[in-house]
Design a protein around this ligand. Structure first.
Ligand code: ZN
Length: 304
């Protein structure tokens, strides 16, 4: 499943290739791909004529900012991909939505397993999201009201690569939490964009066991974790993401980060730090990879 580095790679590719392009027409081949507005014919009618001003990312979602302020969101989920092709490129049975561009190219949304979702939203409110301190400010949208783009992400935690995401801010968010580190890193309301691959990689780099609970970390542990999360995400972006299953960049090429991972899917292979075998366990139904030597098991706490 594409995580922050993979989605960032897609967004950067698209920024180079489709910023300034005008969408003349859209064809929806799988109706459930369209999340908003409904019905999908309305989505197609509303996107026609729009010009893409720039492309960015929030959490694990690609944002196509349109000239008129509206934003198209593309959540790739498991197997979604956004591909730019010539109009005469070979037909592809897994393409769910086709956007015709005025210059003759196509922007194709391809999705084998069909979990991805595309929405078109009025702009506004995005900047403030995830910027709040302390308690989560999850706004509840009233029924029937049109969501603004910011509200689509109101349940998401801070962006780990933003300047405002400091070690102090992470410490503040960890304080008093009894959740296991692995589960917390996967929780999108705690921190946005981290998934199974980068959670395992960050914990290995920080030498923290995935089952440690947040409230057992001291200040040095938190600083190591903060640095590790940002490093693994930055390196993932530099290597254009990790491809397992169907992830590809907007050029259709797989990323190169999979070969560079330290623990993810390296069960029984030697740890790059100590040479001992990497172990796999299941935490919250997610497979979890770690080095039992470098990431010592948490000491059982005294019964209360
Ligand atoms: Zn090790």
């Amino acid at each position: 499943m594409p995580e922050l580095p993979e989605v960032e790679t897609v967004a950067r590719d698209l920024q180079r290739w489709v910023a300034g392009a005008t969408i003349t027409d859209a064809t929806v081949r799988w109706e459930r791909t369209i999340r908003h507005p409904q019905p999908p014919e309305r989505f197609a009618a509303e996107i026609a004529g729009a010009t893409i001003r720039r492309v960015s990312r929030r959490a694990k979602t690609v944002l196509l900012h349109l000239d008129d302020g509206r934003v198209m969101t593309v959540a790739l989920r498991m197997t979604g991909a956004l591909l730019v092709t010539p109009a005469d490129a070979a037909p592809d049975p897994y393409v769910r939505v086709v956007f015709e561009l005025a210059d003759g190219r196509q922007l194709r949304y391809r999705d084998v397993r069909k979990f991805g979702r595309i929405g078109l939203w009025p702009g506004g409110g995005l900047r403030s999201v995830g910027g709040g301190r302390g308690a989560r400010s999850r706004k509840v949208a009233e029924a029937g009201r049109r969501y603004r783009i910011g509200e689509v992400f109101s349940g998401h935690g801070p962006e780990p690569l933003q300047r405002g995401f400091t070690a102090a801010r992470l410490a503040e968010r960890l304080r008093g939490r009894s959740a296991k580190l692995k589960s917390l890193l996967l929780d999108q309301s705690f921190i946005a964009g981290v998934g199974n691959i980068y959670a395992d990689e960050a914990l290995w780099r920080a030498r923290l066991h995935p089952l440690r609970t947040a409230d057992t970390l001291d200040a040095r542990d938190v600083r190591r974790l903060h640095r590790a999360v940002r490093q693994v995400l930055r390196e993932g972006i530099a290597n254009r993401g990790a491809s397992f299953s169907d992830y590809v960049g907007a050029d259709g090429e797989p990323g190169e980060n999979a070969e560079r991972l330290a623990v993810y899917r390296r069960t029984d292979q030697p740890c790059y730090r100590c040479g001992r075998p990497i172990r796999r366990i299941v935490v919250g139904q997610r497979s979890t990879h770690y080095c039992p030597h470098c990431q010592p098991e948490p000491v059982a706490s005294e019964p209360a």
